[in-house]
Ligand binder design. Structure first.
Ligand code: PXG
Ligand code: PLP
Length: 447
């Protein structure tokens, strides 16, 4: 029998093909996790690793919050699964209504998925379906943005803009184009929060409209804050300008809020935080605070009405030929309801908003560390960008990750040579101090 702190490691690490991981190196030097508690992961040999990434930007409540654990336990004994095709369980309606109340304006209708990737592909399909429903069937083009991350489905990969995520996989969707990314280190390095310069990057959309004609463009999808690439907050005025241009040309605007929704910016959504209302919002991650897989796509009333209410087909016909076996899975639904309750009861979003300026202050204090070329932050998202080693982009970032885990007992995310932090929203100032202190020690030893 194992005691509380140690767990036997299996002899064979070979069969598991890890996602987005250098498998060959990992299997020589595995970074293994056995349990978690609050803000810490616990390794098989009992070391406590401080989680400054909220898992993968998702564990907003830290780990194994008792209220969520209890709700999941109860639900799985009561209703383990129910189909959402042609039938439905009660909890799904309650959760959809809760999300309607959480998202601004008439973002009122909710389609459930199991991940961010599925949310993105769902949103793109709804956008195409909507244009067709309103007699704009020539609008089939989708516009993403350079360096954007929209998951790994064929749709999300196609509108995505990270070269390595695309180039190995053939031609992808043909009718896609991209806006320029908004990183401008020359003008904006070490900006705090939204950078001052760069609203005009949105004007590139006018040029795409000129090139392709508005009548061929269905939707534009952007992350309101680019997360995965290494935290690019939108320049002041940028999102407003995108909204104005899309609206003027009958193009739907999709905010991919897989990271930003549910408190990461101290509000229910980036749409609320920035005061810009898109037509569709994609979410996942924080919806269940990472406890079970679930995503949700929230659409404005006019979209649901065009596709569903005004559908010319007879009433016994399906209006949207789309869905997942596990859409609105009862156990994930129970987890999401418990998570939303906890966000409210413990005033988690307000706490995150109060903590954000402190996080900003502490993060920017790393400016004097070796190799640092930029620091960016907004809400409880932060990035420290390092200069790459000559001829070996990504090597320094990966070395930082390994050093963090093995020597300083801290976990963060890397993308290339950029270190990303997304503390659980329930972190305290002391937790932030500890994260930054450990990261500093990692950086100071880095060659
Ligand atoms: N859209 C956005 C904006 C995301 O950030 C997805 C879609 C895809 O979600 P799923 O659930 O299918 O992974 C994401 C996910 C990282 C990292 O370290 C980021 C994500 C996932 C894993 C790691 O930057 N973002
Ligand atoms: N592939 C096959 C053969 C299936 O039967 C199904 C669903 O029934 C799927 C894929 C899609 O799976 P999911 O609904 O979990 O996305």
């Amino acid at each position: 029998m194992l005691d509380d702190t140690t767990v036997a490691v299996p002899n064979h690490l070979e069969a598991f093909w890890l996602p987005f991981t250098p498998n060959r190196h990992f299997k020589r030097e595995p970074r293994l996790i056995a349990r978690a508690e609050g803000l810490h992961y616990i390794t098989p040999d009992g070391r406590r690793i401080l989680d400054s990434a909220a898992g993968l930007w998702c564990c907003n409540l830290g780990h194994s919050h008792p209220a969520v654990v209890e709700a999941v336990r109860r639900q799985i004994g009561q209703l383990d699964f129910a189909p959402s095709f042609q039938f439905a369980h009660i909890g799904a309606f309650e959760l959809a209504s809760r999300l309607r109340a959480l998202f601004p304006a008439d973002l009122d209708y909710v389609f459930f998925t199991n991940s961010g990737s599925e949310s993105v592909d769902t949103a793109l399909k709804i956008a195409l379906c909507y244009q067709r429903a309103i007699g704009q069937g020539t609008r089939t083009r989708l516009i993403g943005r350079e360096r954007g991350y929209h998951g790994v489905g064929f749709g999300g990969m196609s509108v995505g803009g990270i070269a390595n995520n695309r180039k190995f996989f053939g031609t992808l969707l043909a009718t896609v184009d991209h806006l320029p990314h908004t990183l401008d280190r020359e003008r904006n390095a070490f900006a705090r929060g939204q950078p001052k310069w760069g609203a005009e990057f949105a004007d590139a959309l006018e040029r795409l409209v000129e090139l392709h004609d508005a009548s061929t463009i269905a939707a534009v999808i952007v992350e309101p804050v680019a997360g995965s690439i290494g935290v690019y907050p939108p320049p002041v005025g940028y999102l407003e300008r995108l909204r104005e241009i899309t609206e003027r040309h009958g193009i739907l605007l999709i905010f991919d809020e897989v990271i930003t929704a549910y408190g990461r910016l101290g509000k229910g959504s980036a749409a609320e935080y920035f005061g810009v209302v898109p037509d569709i919002v994609t979410t996942a991650k924080g919806l269940t605070a990472g406890t079970l897989p679930m995503g949700a796509v929230i659409v404005r009333r006019q979209i649901y009405e065009a596709i569903v209410e005004r559908n010319p087909a007879p009433e016994w016909m399906i209006e949207l030929f789309h869905g997942y076996t596990y859409s609105a899975h009862p156990v994930s639904t129970a987890a999401a309801l418990a998570v939303l309750d906890t966000y409210e009861r413990e005033r988690v979003f307000e706490h995150a908003a109060e903590l954000a300026p402190y996080f900003e202050e502490r993060l920017h204090a790393l400016r004097d560390c070796p190799h640092v070329v930029d620091i960016r932050n907004i809400g409880l998202m932060g990035a420290v960008e390092l200069a790459p080693r000559p001829g070996a982009p990504g090597a320094r970032g990966y070395a930082a990750l390994c050093r963090g885990f093995f020597e300083e007992d801290v976990m963060f995310r890397i993308t290339g040579d950029t270190i990303a932090l997304s503390p659980p929203l329930v972190a305290t100032r002391a937790d932030i101090d500890e994260m930054i202190a450990r990261l500093r020690r990692v950086l100071e030893k880095l060659d």
